[in-house]
Write a new protein. Structure first.
Length: 31
């Protein structure tokens, strides 16, 4: 269970980073 939780947390962090990159890209696109 603990290992699964760690995997999920890593995936969430990765997704958050992807979202930040997307937002940055969108911001550049808008301006």
């Amino acid at each position: 269970m603990t290992v699964d939780r760690e995997k999920i947390r890593q995936k969430l962090q990765f997704m958050r980073q992807e979202l930040r990159e997307l937002k940055k890209f969108q911001g550049m696109d808008l301006s």
